[in-house]
Design a protein around this ligand. Structure first.
Ligand SMILES: [Zn+2]
Length: 233
């Protein structure tokens, strides 16, 4: 349920469409969607500096993730949550691009981005994609790819529910081809690649685990993950 603060922010945005989507404050000329105060004060995780960070630990014993990174810490009822809410539910996909651009620039400094050959977003089911009109994770991936100048394979993974076409295949083939409703439509495009899977926010990590396992089974060299936000624990 939306909090009173969220209602106020939504209301403010209707009246003053140039307000910051994170804090609701006015944005200055030249700023877009997120004000420079929020940009400065966003709580960075700096997970790229610590390979054994709390996000990486979530996947220990579940799948092999090379690097687990997230731009910001997620706190309920905070600026980051508000911004993600606009990204996901209020038809503001450009916020994903902005986050990708900013995070991408911050990771340019130490050449961290050179660990990746290709970016693949966590896909939405076609029905959900049609309803929302965009895949917010793909906007984030695109934002990173723009700055790093590496390929963004938007359809590197696909989400499906109809498994009928799979029934003639052997059990092992089915396992290789599909995990938790995800498929790799063109395995040749990911062979021996260092892949960065991107998503908007991580909670349990089950989706990213399934995607990572699937990419590794289909020939990826390494798999890493990056999200806009992650919890502190
Ligand atoms: Zn702000």
């Amino acid at each position: 349920m939306a909090t009173f603060k969220e209602y106020l922010l939504a209301f403010a945005y209707i009246l003053f469409p140039d307000n910051c989507l994170a804090c609701g404050g006015a944005i200055e000329h030249g700023e877009k969607h997120i004000c420079s105060v929020c940009r400065m004060n966003f709580p960075r995780t700096n997970f790229h500096l610590d390979k054994k960070n709390v996000l990486a630990q979530k996947f220990w014993g579940r799948t092999k993730i090379e690097y687990s990174i997230a731009y910001l810490f997620f706190k309920k009822q905070g600026e980051v949550q508000s911004m993600l809410h606009y990204l996901k539910y209020k038809n503001s996909p450009e916020v994903g691009t902005i986050m990708g651009n900013w995070y991408g620039q911050e990771l340019l400094d130490n050449n961290f981005y050179k660990n990746f050959d290709v970016i693949i977003p966590v896909p939405l089911h076609p029905k959900k994609l049609k309803k929302r009109g965009y895949n917010q994770s793909a906007y984030f991936g695109n934002g990173l790819a723009e700055v790093w100048k590496i390929p963004h394979l938007e359809n590197g993974l696909e989400k499906v529910t109809n498994t009928k076409s799979q029934t003639k295949k052997s059990r092992e083939e089915r396992y290789n081809n599909m995990m938790a409703g995800f498929i790799v439509p063109n395995p040749s495009k990911i062979q021996d690649k260092n892949i960065l899977i991107v998503d908007d926010v991580i909670t349990t990590g089950a989706t990213l685990e399934a995607c990572a396992n699937l990419l590794l089974k289909n020939g990826a060299k390494t798999v890493s993950i990056a999200t806009i936000a992650a919890t502190q624990h």
